[in-house]
Design a protein around this ligand. Structure first.
Ligand code: PEP
Length: 267
């Protein structure tokens, strides 16, 4: 029986400010109390990490704190960059690596993403590695090839012992922020192929334990069907994470799907 705990991340991207961020996190922290058994993490912009952390601490919230990126270097002359140690110093527990906006807007390549991923996992922090194909690649039927290339390069020189802190987010680029979502069947197929690839790269046991989450225009109405798929272990949420009611509803859908899957497996 699967023991994977669902994960739902709220990627705030370059949104919120000193007033709206705290309001949002308070509402989310209260709302997710009803989503038992789900690991929920918010990813605010860098300048607000400390404020958000102190709100979560004051409330004794189990909500986790994440960062949207980090530098591949440890420290030094890297103007504008933020190191993993700085993030840890600010209470960050998880880091997004290789988000599609970093790949396609900022031009990050697979090799840089591998360095960032190693930095995060070797630093004992949870990493959410984002992968996914463009519309052109999907239309050419190349989604599995693209996902495999991104994952294999990202995981180069990463031992199985570090993979327990890894989550892979399958986020088809054409579905991010567009309102278009992969069908639950298409998403399941991609997740299954990713799990098989990780099984071949490491072991079936590592693959079975790995959480693979879906991202791309997840909303309260499509979340239940996506999360009910056997290989979908939660979601990475952009737009809908900025509306507390929507984000909380998505977290509850993850909790309900996990419980329904457990009953289904137990039958
Ligand atoms: C994301 O930022 O990872 C994302 C999936 O965004 P959205 O939910 O807005 O598509």
């Amino acid at each position: 029986m699967s023991t994977r705990k669902p994960f739902v991340g709220g990627n705030w991207k370059m949104n919120t400010n000193r007033s709206t961020g705290p309001d949002l996190v308070r509402a989310v922290a209260d709302g997710v109390l009803a989503a038992e058994g789900v690991e929920v993490c918010v990813f605010p912009p860098f300048p607000y990490l400390l404020t958000i952390r102190s709100i979560l601490r004051d409330r004794g919230s189990s909500l986790r704190l994440g960062a949207q990126d980090c530098c591949h270097q440890r420290d030094g002359a890297y103007t504008g960059e933020v190191s993993l140690d700085m993030l840890k110093d600010c209470g960050v527990q998880a880091v997004l690596v290789g988000h599609s906006e970093r790949r396609h807007v900022m031009g990050e390549k697979d090799e840089l993403i591998n360095k960032k991923l190693r930095r995060v996992l070797e630093g004992s922090i949870e990493a959410i590695l984002c992968v996914g194909e463009t519309l052109e690649e999907r239309e050419a039927g190349h989604q599995d090839i693209v996902n495999a290339r991104q994952i294999k390069t990202a995981l180069a020189e990463i031992p199985a012992s570090l993979v327990e802190r890894l989550i892979i987010a399958y986020e088809p680029v054409w579905a991010i922020g567009t309102g278009k979502t992969a069908t639950p069947q298409d998403a399941q197929e991609a997740h299954q192929h990713i799990r098989e690839l990780v099984g071949r790269t490491y072991s079936p046991d590592v693959a079975e334990k790995l959480r693979i989450i879906y991202g791309g225009s997840v909303k309260p109405d499509n979340a239940p069907d996506l999360f009910m798929q056997p290989d979908i272990d939660g979601g990475l949420i952009g737009g809908a994470s900025l509306k507390s009611a929507d984000f909380v509803a998505i977290c509850k859908a993850a909790a309900e799907a996990a419980s329904a899957k457990r009953s289904r497996e137990g039958e």
